[in-house]
Design a protein around this ligand. Structure first.
Ligand SMILES: [Zn+2]
Length: 431
């Protein structure tokens, strides 16, 4: 895994290897600038030769993959893999709780009054706070990477499948004409259109095969409107039968299937508003963003024979000839927020529970700081690295990659990095 390098004036230089960073630190030529992602700062150098790097993003609803890649003539070298674990569900829950408190308070003190204004109109680009959070954390991570590395371009996976390419395959270059990439776009399209389940039995979470509704043997075409997805057993059982015969015992499903098959392409292309909002936000801050389809990402991944993960998917976004260094560990940024103003926790019935201290600092630590604890003896003996949750007693909890370690004394803790709204950990190297 590469180490980010800054010059004396905190301007980004080319990332270096772990070995090189160790040498620089041992010789006193560099200091540690930041732990997560690991960054060193040279004490004696200003400026240096730079190659353009690319940040690649694969936005997801629960996790977003981010990769920093150096593009060489033939090969792309992965320098940094990260995965942002969003907390949209937590934000949604918090806002629902707030709305419930407000509703109760209003009902308690005020008789019903008909609404006098329509002040509930949302502006055009409005996203729910839980979705806006996904955009904001991703943009802020890209901004951070731009401060640590010479990032010249940004590539983002925008849509699941490339609709224009499905409709007019001849415009989109040699990969489409040879049919390999087109197959992936069709598959992504069908997954979206048929809801990721078998069209004949509704099975979910099983391998799905592309299936001709009107069999090829009966003169059915290869057009996407004649294609659906079926599980292995259904595909076998149907064979070349007409769909009306195969589903004769389930007329409701047959009617649904035929109606769904006729739906035009455009309806199935559920526009993912968060992905578009992310593109808009990135372009507003950093200039043009190159966008690609999920079909292409999948095609790259299977062609290059790399495993699936959020971060590696991000590295596979765009035109990739060959990929090197994808087996590095992935830095996981778990969005945690920076705590709350509220000093009263409630149990699930709304009654106050426990007492929180007025001060958010205890023994020099704050909840959210990344610490390393070396416990010399006892049940928790050993080294623990993670995000700390403080207690006024000085007996802290540490959220490590393996789980929570409870009751570690503040005397064993050493600060690694101040809390910044994320809990950091690493995913092991991919096989
Ligand atoms: Zn089935």
């Amino acid at each position: 895994m590469a180490v980010f390098v800054l010059d004396k004036r905190k301007k980004p230089l080319m990332p270096c290897s772990e070995k090189r960073a160790r040498q620089l630190l041992e010789r006193g030529r560099a200091v540690v600038h930041r732990m997560y992602p690991f960054t060193i700062r040279l004490r004696d150098r200003v400026g240096g030769a730079l190659q353009p790097l690319e940040v690649r993003i694969d936005p997801g609803s629960k996790s977003t993959g981010v990769a920093v890649v150096r593009k060489d003539a033939e090969t792309d070298t992965v320098l940094h893999l990260a995965q942002i674990d969003h907390r949209g569900a937590k934000i949604r829950k918090d806002l629902q709780a707030r709305a419930a408190f407000r509703r109760r308070r209003r009902g308690a003190n005020l008789r019903y009054r008909a609404p006098r204004f329509d002040n509930r109109r949302r502006s055009d680009g409005w996203l729910a706070p839980s979705l806006q959070h996904r955009v904001d954390t991703t943009v802020s991570d890209v901004a951070k990477l731009r401060r640590l590395a010479p990032v010249a371009s940004i590539a983002q996976e925008l849509v699941r499948f490339d609709m224009q390419a499905l409709e007019t395959p001849e415009i989109s270059g040699v990969e489409y004409q040879q049919g390999a990439l087109a197959g992936y776009e069709v598959r992504e399209y069908l997954l979206e259109k048929w809801g990721r389940c078998c069209a004949y039995c509704g099975a979910e979470g099983v391998p799905l095969q592309v299936e001709h509704i009107r069999a090829r043997a009966l003169g059915g075409s290869n057009r996407v409107s004649n294609l659906t997805l079926a599980c292995g057993p259904c595909n076998q059982a149907k064979g070349a039968q007409p769909v009306e015969v195969f589903l004769a015992r389930d007329p409701a499903r047959l009617a649904r299937l035929l109606a769904q098959a006729k739906r035009p392409l455009r309806d199935a292309a559920a526009v993912n508003s968060t992905r578009w909002a992310l593109k808009t936000a990135l372009e507003a801050r950093f200039g043009p963003v190159r966008v690609f389809s999920g079909g292409r990402t999948k095609w790259n991944r299977s062609r290059l024979g790399v495993p699936k993960s959020h971060a590696i998917d991000a590295a596979c976004v765009g035109e990739v000839e060959a990929l090197r260094g994808w087996d590095a560990p992935t830095l996981v940024l778990r969005c945690t927020g920076r705590g709350s103003h509220c000093r009263t926790r409630l149990d699930r019935f709304g009654f106050p529970r426990g007492v929180l201290t007025r001060s958010k600092t205890a023994f020099g630590f704050r909840t959210g700081d990344m610490v390393r604890a070396e416990v010399p003896a006892g049940a928790r003996a050993g080294a623990h690295v993670g995000r700390v949750a403080i207690r006024a007693t000085g007996s802290f909890n540490i959220q490590t990659a393996a789980g929570v370690v409870q009751g570690v004394s503040h005397r064993h803790c050493r600060l690694l990095q101040r809390g910044d709204g994320y809990g950091y950990s690493f995913l092991a190297r991919s096989a």
